[in-house]
Design a protein around this ligand. Structure first.
Ligand SMILES: [Cu+2]
Length: 280
């Protein structure tokens, strides 16, 4: 009987430890580590302090940090296109796109996005696009390393994942429209090395006075269908907008179907357009 009692006590202890571990892993305050699928190897990690579950149709607050490979919080970033952090949110079927800029508390290294809205139940992917300041090795002299842009991804769920109904991104589509604006895309070059030329028109007339948005004439984010490979491109500034169009050089990582989100600014308004392009 004594042996049985000890066995029972051991079993209870194991159960308690297992439940506690599960609780800590799923509910604990420790940040969720981002899964890195599709983005390849990186020396950095995106740590979500606010978990991976968010509400639909009401404002969410999202807090995160960037850790280096030693688990240290990164606090020094280069300014790229007027911001230290570009944050992209897409529903996993690419039906939904947001480009946001979180506030940053340098002391704690915490980035905060408030008022974040998810329109529908579903699975979303978040991308942090940033450039850590080059090489300040601990206890060593300051090394001026080349700063390298990083993109880290993390998956989250808004609302009820069971209600998520992914939609197809559809066939190739080289035009888009929003209110009285229309957008046309021309693609030149070989299959994976392309020059994408966008023409923005207002009431049928090409817009020749696009305003710089985040320090560039436009921003393009390219995402592959399914595995959400991420490419961020900026325009060839030497050409300007006098011709009524803006060109971007884009290297597509591999043959796939891509959704292209292009953002411009005109008359103080940010215009977001989307296209679908297939590379072979
Ligand atoms: Cu940005």
């Amino acid at each position: 009987m004594k042996g049985n009692k000890r066995l029972f006590a051991t079993a209870v202890a194991i159960l308690i430890i297992a439940v506690a571990a599960w609780f800590l892993l799923t509910r604990g305050k420790s940040p969720d580590m981002a899964d890195m699928d599709g983005q390849g190897h990186s020396d950095y990690m995106l740590m979500l302090n606010t978990g991976t579950k968010y509400k639909v149709g009401q404002p969410n607050t999202l807090e995160f940090m960037i850790h280096d490979k030693n688990g240290k919080v990164v606090r020094d970033f280069e300014t790229m296109h007027t911001r230290i952090m570009h944050f992209i949110i897409v529903r996993k079927d690419l039906a939904n796109f947001q480009h946001l800029h979180p506030s940053f508390d340098k002391e704690s290294g915490v980035f905060t996005l408030t008022g974040l809205q998810f329109e529908t139940d579903g699975e979303y992917r978040l991308f942090a696009d940033f450039t850590p300041s080059g090489g300040m090795a601990q206890g060593h002299e300051h090394h001026q390393e080349m700063s390298k842009g990083q993109t880290l991804g993390v998956s989250v769920v808004a609302g009820d994942a069971n209600k998520y109904r992914p939609e197809s991104i559809g066939y190739s589509r080289m035009s888009d429209s929003r209110e009285n604006y229309s957008f046309a895309l021309q693609s030149k070059g070989s299959e994976l090395e392309r020059v994408l030329r966008f023409t923005v028109s207002e009431s049928g007339k090409p817009v020749k006075d696009l305003q710089p948005y985040l320090g560039a004439l436009g921003h393009v984010v390219v995402l592959s269908e399914g595995d959400l490979m991420y490419v961020h491109a900026h325009p060839d500034e030497s050409v300007g907008n006098e011709t009524g169009s803006v060109s971007f050089e884009v290297h597509f990582p591999r043959p796939a179907k891509y959704k292209i989100f292009a953002q411009f600014q005109h008359k103080g308004k940010i215009l977001t357009s989307s296209f679908v392009l297939e590379t072979k």
